[in-house]
Design a protein around this ligand. Structure first.
Ligand code: AMP
Length: 181
């Protein structure tokens, strides 16, 4: 491992065929996160473009976006706000339906979490069809926040999510990409 050449993030992401259903290749980042160089490299490389961007909050998407988002918020010295699956947040929420690569669901954010004009960095582990990320962008905008960028460890460009974000005018940052789904 020659860290002067950067850490090879893609090498530490495990591919699980046919999970959670036949035809899906699940990109498992637990093997990246359990490596001490892997976790630090992922967090650092996701957040460095935004060090001077005056981010007010990192918004992380349940559940793997919490692991990354908490560490990134700590490094940026800003707050962290969770977006969770329907029914998990205790106070008043606003919700948004979305289509997942493997299903349909609703995500929610606390209605009072974001104030008008807050500068937000959106974080998740992976973007596939972009349904989740676009719903999260919608929730942030409806809350009055400005999405400075959305960042992901993994992009699956063939599924079109990153193109959707860029088309919607959202700045997009990813660390690795894999062909196919
Ligand atoms: P999508 O809404 O289609 O962009 O899906 C993104 C969300 O679903 C992220 O929160 C991912 O964690 C999860 N996800 C979708 N497809 C995969 C996959 N092939 N491997 C791992 N996680 C995935």
């Amino acid at each position: 491992m020659d860290l002067r050449q950067g850490f090879d993030i893609a090498r530490y992401i495990r591919a699980i065929p046919d999970y959670p259903k036949p035809g899906i290749i699940f990109r498992d980042i637990t093997t990246l996160f359990s490596n001490p160089y892997g976790f630090r490299a992922s967090v650092d490389e996701l957040m460095w473009p935004f060090l001077q961007e005056n981010i007010d909050y990192v918004v992380g998407i349940e559940a793997r976006g919490f692991i990354l988002g908490g560490a990134i918020a700590h490094e940026l010295g800003c707050g962290f706000i969770p977006i969770r699956k329907k029914g998990k947040l205790p106070a008043q929420t606003i919700g948004q339906d979305y289509t997942l690569e493997y299903g349909v669901d609703t995500i929610e954010i606390h209605a009072d979490a974001i104030q008008d004009g807050d500068r937000i960095l959106l974080v998740d582990d992976l973007i596939a069809t972009g349904g989740t990320a676009m719903a999260a962008v919608e929730l942030i905008k409806r809350s009055g926040g400005e999405v400075v960028a959305a960042c992901f460890v993994i992009d699956l460009p063939d599924l079109g999510g990153s193109a959707k974000l860029i088309e919607a005018g959202v700045k997009f940052h990813k660390l690795v990409e894999f062909e196919g789904d």
